[in-house]
Design a protein around this ligand. Structure first.
Ligand code: NAD
Length: 259
């Protein structure tokens, strides 16, 4: 059964390229937008700035939901993070409100809480933001915007704190943080179909035996991860990565001086 039309922002990036075909396979009519072109032929492929009002007024009519990925996807000066993660995302949410699109799945990050020590305890979603850099500050602010639009305007928003998205894990840290391509599709599909109003935070992590994050909030919206990084244990070099990148949930972000 068709799920409706979803706008996927940042669709030409590494996450978007994997997500677009998986959402299409799950019954979504995908409208994909990125500032750079994509070779993908899945759905409707558009080139444009998803933080531009005139672009949004053209692409949002008819959409039921938004999967928001577009952003600077790593550490950057705060003066670059703010327009991409905060004012840009705010403009997108405001345009969504204008066009009656109230279902939003937001690609947040483990770096919103990356300064939590990885001391063996499982981190839940009730912990206060504990960003490990300006990128994490941007993600925490994005989650706050999702919360605001849910409370004030009746949106259904889900912030998905993605761990390490990649085809397969290849470092010791990934044994805890990996999100597989199929689980990516599953968690976004669940977020885009989550019923009711309000804001939820879930961890976008596979069911990794060594995972550091609580998967129950994801299960509460219907995300049941299927893959486990442990299945790759034989091909992962035990010396891969650096020992201190296992000290904090955010890995090396936590001890890099962002100046
Ligand atoms: N890759 C991961 O492991 C991971 C982990 C946590 C969170 N995330 C988040 O997931 C999202 C996607 O990450 P990615 O790894 O695919 O990054 P990426 O850099 O590969 O892709 C981001 C895409 O967004 C596009 N973009 C940026 N600004 C835009 C705009 N104004 N309008 C339209 N397109 C725009 C870029 O052109 C790029 O193609 C990001 O928000 C990132 O922070 C990714």
């Amino acid at each position: 059964m068709a799920s409706g039309t979803v706008l996927v922002t940042g669709s030409a990036g590494s996450v978007g390229s994997a997500l677009v075909p998986r959402l299409a396979a799950r019954g979504w009519d995908v409208r994909a937008i990125d500032v750079v072109g994509s070779e993908s032929t899945v759905g409707q492929q558009l080139v444009g700035d998803c933080f531009d009002d005139s672009v949004l007024d053209a692409v949002l009519p008819g959409c039921k939901a938004i999967a928001h990925l577009a952003a600077i996807a790593g550490e950057a000066p705060l003066s670059d993070i703010a327009p991409s993660h905060i004012t840009g995302f705010g403009r997108l949410l405001e345009a969504a409100r204008r066009h009656g699109v109230r279902q939003v799945a937001f690609a947040s990050s483990n770096h919103a809480v990356g300064f939590i020590p990885s001391d063996g305890r499982i981190a839940g979603v009730e912990v206060a933001a504990r960003p490990d850099g300006f990128y994490g500050v941007g993600k925490a602010a994005g989650e706050a915007l999702c919360s605001l639009y849910a409370d004030r305007y009746g949106f259904r928003t889900v912030s998905i704190r993605i761990g390490s998205f990649r085809d397969s894990p290849n470092t010791v840290r990934h044994l805890a943080t990996w999100l597989s391509p199929d689980d990516l599709g599953a968690v976004f599909d669940a977020a885009l179909l989550a019923p009711g109003q309000g804001h939820s935070i879930v961890y976008g992590i596979s069911r990794n035996k060594r995972g550091w994050w609580d998967l129950e909030p994801g299960r509460a919206i219907g995300y049941e991860p299927a893959d486990d990084a442990e299945d790759y244990i034989d091909v992962i070099d035990p010396q891969s990565g650096t020992p201190d990148e296992l000290d904090y949930l955010g890995g090396s972000f936590a001890w890099t001086d962002h100046g």
